[in-house]
Design a protein around this ligand. Structure first.
Ligand code: SF4
Ligand code: SF4
Length: 111
């Protein structure tokens, strides 16, 4: 897939579907510091262990919305330190028919 011209439309859809947002160790430290929390406080309040027990993942609300997604402003509360997984969608990872969900894909010609 070419990434030429892709522009995120900030629709928030990818923050609101259910699924893991896996955190790398260094990301845990960074997000905790950004929130002015200790690592222990951050992990207890905002994360759970994935079923495979390999990573921490961000807690999601019922229905799938990420705990850091702010409905009022349609934005990520931890945007400067958001996980790499979030930064990488949809250009480094995506799924079948992702273009139907992502408004950014509808605004450009993705080959
Ligand atoms: S951390 Fe931010 S960018 Fe990632 S899913 Fe949550 S709200 Fe979206
Ligand atoms: S679904 Fe696509 S357009 Fe919407 S916020 Fe995510 S990357 Fe941006």
């Amino acid at each position: 897939m070419s990434n030429k011209g892709f522009k995120c439309a900030r629709c928030g859809t990818c923050c609101c579907w259910s699924g893991y947002v896996r955190l790398q160790n260094k990301e845990v430290d960074g997000i905790a510091a950004f929130l002015d929390l200790t690592m222990e406080e951050f992990t207890a309040k905002y994360t759970v262990l994935t079923h495979d027990r390999r990573n921490l993942t961000l807690i999601e609300h019922e229905g799938g919305r990420c705990i850091f997604y702010e409905d009022n402003s349609c934005s990520c509360a931890i945007n400067p330190v958001k996980p790499q997984q979030c930064r990488d969608f949809p250009l480094r990872w995506n799924f079948s028919d992702w273009e139907k969900e992502c408004k950014g894909a509808q605004s450009v010609d993705i080959a």
